[in-house]
Design a protein around this ligand. Structure first.
Ligand code: FES
Length: 647
């Protein structure tokens, strides 16, 4: 008769193994990643799996708990000392006795952290670059003068199959102490970035050490966000964010580049500021997660090109002018201490590759997360900031560009614009008949025309319009006929509505009259038109490069996308016509990409390869861009149809 058939979920990998094979061994042979620190001694508890019971007709498997060996003495001992959740088995001890479907629990469930719109949770299969390996080393013997370290290497090779191990030199003075302290047992952290690279021992602990963490960090120009993650379970144990202290050198990216150009120690000051902020965030997540810095062994960063360069201590001046040359575009792998990051002394750092001079490692992270390169459909991925980073592609071909949208989408340059805080108008509707508005204010539960609004609004005040609402106001003004397709506020309406105010040669729309007048001026509308035209023209250019008239699906990465309503984005023509159900906000996709690269080294190769293949388009060099921009000034567009919007 044939050997039992084993199917591992969620990877779907399967194979036949003789009765009596430990489940962990089967996983190893099939390349299914199951964590194990103790090397199958049933002491670390990291190798837990679950049997899925039932008939899996599609795979021809009937799986049952009778097909796995009963709990043996070692497993029982572990369960008594450390407790094993119901249904869980230690795969190093449990052996195959019949056909099985084995579930490898993936704790790395990432909530994309979209504040108001829930994006789908995702599971990241684990295969980190750093691994903990416990070994028991022979005691020294005068007749066999092999060094303590060398005997440890022998055991790491024997038990863990690591050949040609290197050792971090800073560990050499520690080896003898650690081995003796652990009574000849030791846990080694081994870093191996790819299956072919040379493995390195980066940390040692006496006895069994069962904690290993990593950081995934997104350095944005305004905020820095960080996750602290267990490399053993994949669980995010703490997440935090802070504002980027470089803001004091300049609000936007270009002003920070100018600061470097004008000040002899400007680069140094900004590098110091961002590294300091990252270090403070490490303190914060460590405190929140109850984790010691010395247990952090790996870290992954994404950032836009200028933040990326400043974090690495590279002068970003070249990025401020054509041809926008990056000092390094490929992924950067180094030791954490090289960038003054005080984690475990052997900890590593990895920065995702940059796509182009204006399309950074953050866009690479978002690409890794959303995966246009993994699908057949044409996906548009947009990250809107002062620059919009745009990626368009599918399995066959991917193109990328950035477009200078300016800060209007973030509420800057808008007369009553303000940051999203209590008192800011966040939602707007305008009645097409009366031109009267209704709106919602952050910090107040009701709409402005609902009962109780006035009392509650009294407390917060009504102070301005937040960035995301700007899109909505202008779109509602267009839908109600306050502005024309050219974006002109129709002054003739002043005769029938007190909402239309004259100021000089143009008109404004009065949204609220209270302690402060909140108006949308002709200039505000223009600023939004310019920003949206830049974004759309960039997208359109990429669509032309791809030779497509429409896109199948749209992903908005970043905070901006989380707050705007896709319908309004389309009404104004920020994005091309698309099925509204296919337009999704995905939150901090760049950060999710960093997390993926942290938890699975294969994702590093995947994004490096993808970025190499992405065709970079420089909008400034495309003569056609100007025409596309002019066409896109109209609402929603002068030439392009929006049939899905009409429907
Ligand atoms: Fe450590 Fe199974 S590998 S308990």
């Amino acid at each position: 008769s044939r050997d039992p058939l084993i199917l591992f979920m969620p990877s779907g990998k399967r194979g036949r193994f003789p009765v009596g094979t430990p489940v962990l061994e089967a996983a190893r042979q099939l390349g299914v990643y199951v964590e194990s620190v103790c090397g199958g001694r049933a002491t670390c508890g990291r190798c837990q799996v679950e049997v899925q019971e039932g008939s899996f007709a599609k795979h021809g498997i009937v799986s049952s708990n009778d097909h796995i060996s009963p709990v043996g003495p070692k497993e029982k001992r572990y369960a008594e000392v450390r407790t094993l959740p119901e249904g869980r088995r230690l795969s190093c001890s449990a052996t195959i006795e019949g056909d099985l479907v084995i579930d490898v629990p993936q704790d790395a469930v990432v909530n994309a952290q979209v504040v108001r719109k829930a994006a789908s949770d995702r599971v990241i299969e684990r295969n980190p670059a750093v691994h903990l390996c416990y070994v028991e080393v022979d005691e020294p013997d005068m007749h066999k003068p092999l060094g303590d370290l060398d005997r440890m290497k022998v055991m790491l090779e024997k038990d863990w199959n690591y050949k040609d191990l290197q050792v971090e030199p800073h560990l050499l003075p520690e080896v003898q102490k650690i081995l003796r302290k652990g009574n000849w047992s030791v846990t080694a952290a081994i870093h191996r970035d790819s299956p072919t690279s040379r493995p390195t021992i980066i940390a040692l602990w006496p006895g069994l050490h069962n904690e290993a963490y990593g950081l995934a960090c997104d350095i944005g120009s305004t905020t820095i966000a960080m996750h602290l993650v267990s490399l053993l379970s994949g669980r995010v144990v703490a997440s935090s964010g802070t504002s980027n202290p470089q803001i004091r050198f300049g609000e936007d990216l270009m002003s920070r580049v100018s600061y470097v150009m004008m000040n002899p120690d400007g680069r140094e000051a900004m590098t110091k500021a961002v590294r300091q902020a990252v270090s403070e965030l490490v303190d914060k997540v460590c405190a929140e997660g109850g984790v010691s810095r010395s247990d952090i062994l790996d870290s992954v960063f994404v950032a836009n090109p200028i933040m990326h360069h400043l974090f690495l201590g590279i002068d970003p001046t070249e990025l401020g002018q054509a041809p926008f040359a990056l000092a390094v575009s490929g992924a950067v792998a180094c030791e954490a201490k090289d960038i003054e990051l005080a984690l475990n002394p052997g900890a590593r750092t990895y920065l995702l590759p940059c796509i182009a001079g204006h399309v950074g490692a953050d866009a690479a992270g978002a690409t890794l997360s959303e995966g246009p390169h993994r699908q057949d459909r044409m996906m548009l991925l947009v990250d809107v900031g002062t620059n919009a980073e745009i990626v368009l592609g599918n399995r066959e071909r991917t193109v990328a560009a950035s477009s200078p949208t300016g800060p209007a989408f973030e509420g800057a340059e808008i007369s009553c614009g303000q940051r999203a805080a209590p008192g800011a108008i966040e939602r707007v509707r305008i009645d097409a008949q009366t031109l009267e508005p209704r709106f919602k204010v952050i910090g107040v539960d009701q709409w402005s025309d609902e009962e109780g609004f006035a009392e509650d609004a009294e407390k917060t005040g009504i102070t301005g319009i937040c960035g995301s609402a700007i899109i909505e106001v202008v779109a509602e003004m267009y839908l109600s006929g306050v502005i024309s397709a050219d974006g002109v506020v129709d002054g003739s309406l002043a005769a029938r509505s007190p909402r239309i105010l004259e100021n000089g040669r143009t008109f404004s729309y009065l949204l609220h009259e209270g302690a402060q007048k909140i108006t949308v001026t002709q200039n505000d509308v223009r600023a939004i038109q310019l920003a949206k035209a830049a974004l759309y023209a960039g997208i359109k250019l990429l669509m032309e490069k791809q030779g497509v008239e429409t896109v199948d699906t749209i992903r908005f990465a970043g905070a901006f996308g989380s707050f705007i309503d896709p319908k309004y984005a389309m009404v104004l023509g920020l994005i091309p016509d698309c099925d509204l159900s296919e337009v999704k906000a995905v939150g901090n996709a760049a950060g999710t990409g960093a997390l993926m690269a942290l938890l699975n080294r294969d994702h590093r190769r995947e994004i490096e390869e993808t970025v190499r293949r992405i065709e970079k388009i420089e909008t400034a060099l495309e003569p056609h861009f100007q025409q596309l921009f002019i066409d896109a000034m109209a609402l929603p567009n002068k030439v392009d149809p929006f049939p899905k919007l009409a429907a």
